[in-house]
Design a protein around this ligand. Structure first.
Ligand code: SF4
Ligand code: SF4
Length: 370
């Protein structure tokens, strides 16, 4: 009897190993892609205008159940971000093992605000009333905008634009029991098959960037699609195309002549956010340098940076130190009268240099047939 149960256990183990191998092979297929589109955001140029956020909102998240969704966000750092305290919610991988994550609540995102338009415009109350959100909100996607950190006169902040990172090793894809999440072979864009999704929300827990939203009306998970219908037509994503700061580069990571490859792979001045999450993001950031500090007499103090290095390491990992040193060396070169291809690339004299193969004017597209 004991022998039989032992034999059964061995069978179970073998079956389990077989099933695991099958599941891994399916996941490997879903993750496979021939090329990878990527973005680089130069944080030294973001002015926090939220144009990208609105460009995305008006393009993609106006449907039922999407009121509270902001696939593209721009938050002030240091800050709680959106959803509130997302950096403390877990998920991702450590040593290739999936990590538990917490599901953000609707309150962590904040509801879409409504305003008392009827009362102000049609209520006959004249100047007794003014426009205000109703009901009174308690949180929102940019609640702590421009607060930042540090002590006066050395307080500091910068803006952090975020979208789904279209990761090479997406935790969301790994966590989905329906295999509804996949990377497109031709460009590595991570999409959620809306017909396969059953709204279990394991992906929401697993994403360490908390960039998946649950549609409570349609009961499916939804997220940034890297504007793939535009990409297919050679048009840059709406957030990038609309950005007045000229800081959102778009292109293929393996295009050695393009700015993305140069900034990420060659010059190594663009880094992923929270690389320790193990998902291998394909959105990269040129770290902010910040203005100089003042000493106690009000004189410029160059002995240490105003934005603490420890904070930038927390965000972008240890490589940020070398990235900053490289940027500063290039700046010194140009101050001495030299030229820097890297700085010319980051300045973006001509907007088309931001977008690699995606420079087509959206106004030239044929309107979609109904
Ligand atoms: Fe998935 Fe999150 Fe990575 Fe986007 S950022 S691909 S949602 S793990
Ligand atoms: Fe920053 Fe550009 Fe977005 Fe404005 S549109 S917030 S400058 S990334």
């Amino acid at each position: 009897m004991a022998e039989q149960s032992e034999e059964l256990t061995e069978q179970q183990k073998a079956r389990r190993t077989e099933l695991k191998a099958q599941a891994q092979s399916v996941k490997a297929q879903l993750k496979k892609c021939n090329r990878q589109v990527a973005m680089v955001f130069d944080l030294n140029k973001c002015l926090g205008c939220q144009t990208c956020v609105i460009a995305c909102k008006t393009s993609w998240t106006r449907g039922d159940g999407m009121d509270y969704m902001w696939w593209a966000t721009v938050n002030t750092q240091p800050g709680k971000g959106t959803p509130r305290d997302w950096e403390q919610m877990g998920g991702g991988f450590r040593d290739e093992e999936p990590q538990p994550g917490r599901m953000p609540l609707r309150a962590d995102f904040g509801e879409a605000w409504d305003f008392n338009y009827d009362e102000v415009f049609y209520g006959g109350k004249g100047s007794e009333v003014h426009l205000k959100p109703s009901p009174e909100p308690e949180w929102g996607p940019n609640w702590d905008e421009d607060q930042g950190g540090g002590e006066y006169p050395n307080s500091f902040y910068f803006y952090l634009p975020r979208i789904c990172n279209h990761c090479t090793n997406p935790a969301c894809l790994e966590a989905c029991p329906r295999n509804a999440i996949y990377k497109r072979e031709e460009d590595g864009i991570v999409l959620i098959d809306q017909k396969r999704c059953r709204g279990y929300r394991f992906c929401v827990e697993a994403c360490p960037y908390k960039k998946i939203y649950f549609n409570h009306v349609r009961e499916v998970a939804q997220k940034c699609i890297f504007c793939f219908p535009r990409i297919e037509q050679g048009v840059a994503p709406a957030c990038a195309r609309q950005c007045p700061g000229r800081l959102r580069f778009v292109g293929f990571l393996d295009d050695e002549s393009g700015p993305i490859h140069k900034l990420v792979k060659q010059w190594k001045v663009a880094l992923p956010l929270h690389p320790e999450s193990g998902t291998q993001p394909n959105v990269f950031y040129v770290p902010p340098i910040g203005p100089p500090r003042f000493d106690e007499h009000g004189n410029i103090d160059t002995s240490k940076p105003r934005i603490p290095l420890a904070y930038l390491k927390y965000l972008f990992g240890p490589d940020v130190e070398q990235a900053l040193a490289t940027l500063e060396a290039e700046m010194a070169k140009t101050k001495a009268g030299g030229r820097s291809e890297m700085l010319d690339t980051l300045i973006v004299y001509e907007w088309k240099s931001l977008f690699g193969p995606f420079t087509r004017d959206p106004a030239t597209l044929e309107p979609r047939k109904a």
